[in-house]
Design a protein around this ligand. Sequence first.
Ligand SMILES: Nc1ncnc2c1ncn2[C@@H]1O[C@H](COP(=O)(O)OP(=O)(O)O)[C@@H](O)[C@H]1O
Ligand SMILES: [Mg+2]
Length: 271
Amino acid sequence: MTLTVVKNEEKKYTDKIIQEQRPVYSTNNCNLWYGNHHALKNINLEIMEKEVTAIIGPSGCGKSTFIKTLNRMIDLVPGVKTSGSIEYRGRDIFEKKFLVEELRTRVGMVFQKPNPFPKSIYENIAFGMKIHGIKNKKVINEAVEKSLRGAALWDEVKDRLHDPAYGLSGGQQQRLCIARCLALEPDVILMDEPTSALDPVSTLKVEELIRELKERYSIIIVTHNMQQAARISDKTAFFLNGEVVEYDETETIFNKPSDSRTEDYISGRFG
Ligand SMILES: Nc1ncnc2c1ncn2[C@@H]1O[C@H](COP(=O)(O)OP(=O)(O)O)[C@@H](O)[C@H]1O
Ligand SMILES: [Mg+2]
């Protein structure tokens, strides 16, 4: 009797979680061309909040293009055309009245090579906040500490906040870049092969961090590293020649893919 009650309570609890989880992005027949080159073809993906979504696929298949489209960084490339829609929290990001600046504060990005500013560790975080109009020193100080803690870097740097960021190791620099994102309290963090320039130990640290961050943020990560996708993501999308071949639970993609091309790719037959 007691057991059943507990089970029901548990079920209610899981049902609640399932109900409350919403898509952060929905793409609807999204296409993108660089001039005549059709780089994204009819992408239909629903990306859920507070999950890690991995984007995998061989070089040149459109992974970076796709995530640069999600925060409209792609606007910086001349001659790009798009069709279809991408909804972020229910609003079409290609719509004229959509505020790109707002999108970019809500959606942070971490790149392949750590790219801290040539400034102190402290300023790397404070600078972005100042650009976004935050001036109160107390607020900034608190955010610096909170973000560095959030990026699992605080203990390593708390005694040298005013030293140059370039003095940090590659892995620490990448966690600093993640901290810089966190300071703006984003909703989504896009990561384009964030560990490909890091050694194995730093890679595992960043992976551990990603697993922690998904409690609070939605993370979309491009990775070349199949084991990494399997280790850290909830869902995986396999891209090939600008198309999504398969999108599913990571476990399904890696253990029971439904498309033979997915199977060939994950078993290392090409790519
Ligand atoms: N700025 C650009 N101008 C023209 N073509 C581009 C540009 N960026 C990428 N491409 C092309 O678009 C395709 C997808 O590239 P990309 O998104 O970088 O792939 P991935 O990240 O999967 O390696 C490739 O064929 C690439 O050559
Ligand atoms: Mg790329």
